[in-house]
Design a protein around this ligand. Structure first.
Ligand code: DX5
Ligand code: ZN
Length: 216
């Protein structure tokens, strides 16, 4: 099973409700919400109020990607707003183990994201505490960037680690996903594909989702 998680970063914010309902009706599995704080990444986007607003209109799970410093200070806000998955960045967490335990204690699936320069091996000692590994396939901060090919080896390595885990761990990729790169990341072992431009920037979003599905 390959899950698609369209990222609203590339949506037309003036038509967000229609666009999100459209991707849900077109078979998206999750809605990916990119939270950026202007510090961990140079861009500033949405907060927990966006999660809450989207929760009131969609039925599919909300996949919240926190590109923020000190995420441990606001986990409860995102959980309360209705996040189903909360992914923090390894690079932003001094006490990653405790942060993952906190996310799970809030009844939310716990994810960890790795920037392109961060090795997968940094997660070996927290595998029991996480439900999702997110390999960034671009440097986080912006939509529409070019896929970084060296990430494919990281996906393969993460898949190996996951195979030895006694519980289910999703393997997500984010950045530069197109029908072409989608087939590469799935071959490498990914099973959740985030797509911003490849869905929301396309004239026919239903067809764009179908194109990604056909590619994998
Ligand atoms: C980038 C974000 C991504 C972004 C992907 O920092 O984490 O979720 O929306 O956009 P595309 O798919 O256009 O590269
Ligand atoms: Zn993201």
């Amino acid at each position: 099973m390959i899950y698609l998680s369209p990222s609203i970063l590339s949506a037309d914010l003036l038509q967000l409700k229609e666009q999100v309902l459209k991707v849900e009706a077109s078979g998206a599995d999750f809605i990916h919400i990119d939270v950026m704080d202007g510090h961990f990444v140079p861009n500033l986007t949405f907060g927990a109020n966006m999660v809450k607003a989207l929760k009131s209109i969609v039925k599919i799970p909300l996949d919240v990607h926190l590109m923020i410093e000190k995420p441990e200070l606001s986990l409860h806000q995102y959980a309360q707003a209705g996040a189903d998955i909360i992914t923090v960045h390894q690079e932003a967490c001094v006490h990653l183990h405790r942060t993952l335990q906190t996310i799970r204690s809030l009844g939310v699936k716990a994810g960890v994201s790795l920037n392109p320069a961060t090795p997968v091996s940094t997660l070996e000692d927290v595998l029991d505490e996480l439900d999702l590994i997110l390999i960034m396939t671009v440097n986080p901060g912006f939509g529409g960037q070019k896929f970084i090919q060296s990430a494919l080896q990281k996906i393969q390595y993460a898949r190996k680690l996951i195979q030895n885990s006694p519980h289910e761990i999703l393997l997500e990729v984010d950045g530069g996903i197109t029908p072409e790169t989608a087939s590469q990341v799935v071959a490498a072992g990914a099973n959740v594909l985030v797509a911003g431009n490849a869905v929301f920037a396309q004239p026919d979003m239903a067809q764009a989702i179908q194109n990604l599905r056909n590619a994998v």
